[in-house]
Ligand binder design. Sequence first.
Ligand code: PLP
Length: 398
Amino acid sequence: MATKNLQLNQLTGEKTYTEIVFQKVWGRVEAYRKTHPQQKIFMMAFGDTTQPLTPTVVQALVDATNRLGDPKTYTGYEDITGNPTLRKAICANYYQQNLGIKLDPSGIFISDGAQSASVNIQELFAPDNKVAVQNPAYPSFVEGTLLAGRTLVNLICDEQNNFVPKLPEEKVDLIYLCFPNNPTGAVATKECLKAFVDYAKSCQAVIIFDAVYSPFITTPNIPRSIYEIAGAQECAIEIGSFSKMANFTGLRVGWCVIPEALTIQNTVPGELNHLWRIRHAVKFWGTANISQYGAIAALSSAGQKECQEVVNYYLQNARLLREGLAEYGLKCFGGVDSPFVWVKAPQGLSSWQFFEKMLQSRGIVGIPGCIFGSSGEGYLRLSTLGQREEIVAALENN
Ligand code: PLP
């Protein structure tokens, strides 16, 4: 007799981000639409991209498809850790050329986006490891931790600390850090990241650094990778993605870096990298080959130039929204090095009251900050990964 996995019950009954967003946020918007058919609705809730793939990427996808349709050039399974050319391009073009960081392609694992890697990576660690997570946070860090049955420690991010947490007060084993942050849009300085690296090295903890939004950083001297901090290769795993920097949310390509130098209490150098390789072989046989050819093209010099234009487009959206809302007297955070604007609810309104007010007064739909954690109460997250015309029209809709 088969019985269900009871751990999965933690993810039902409006306990998770996805359920709350689709049932409560989306449900409320649909109900409002029915009673206010004339009101224009501006969707700034979802962190999904809206701009098309760039020409260099499209051409690479067409070429790859044609090769697969020809018996002379057809290829089947990829290397399970990812196309070697892509892994080399991530090291040479993304890390070395753009950031001056030297990594070996053997440390790069290609995944179907950052989502699966950022949660699955916990399988490398013992079940009793304690996990520190920013609060508010990208929800899957919390949900993945609960699903694994691990203890969660909150790292509070609020206006007082510029949404950048202090070091954990108690001893933790894994630390999720996400900068530029989703949902707050905050970035961390070198000094702040160095303090976390020093902490991790001092107690053999591992930092899982989500750098999905790092191509959005425009402020000088803000690190785009945890590996800009000396010693980080000994204590940090980094997760990246083509989703937001190249509009790959549908194509699904991300990566995870597990440097050879990374060690914890009961491992030798290279062992965690080797274990993740084995885990890939057992549970994941690689990302679609066509998508990986698209990612290689996105990292070519023409591809990078085009992708930067897309990122600039979203950043310009963010600037317009931030400045427009500020003109209406709203206090906004983020939106400078990130496509998320974190808006403070006025007059002490709760997240949900502010959500309702923005919907009714302007037709703007965001995500109530409290869904990202208790410290997100009193805020609304707006995504600027939408169309420029929508942002402009929303600001003109009084
Ligand atoms: N990490 C963060 C912080 C995100 O905001 C997202 C998506 O919104 C992801 C990971 C997942 O990205 P991907 O599409 O690469 O799976």
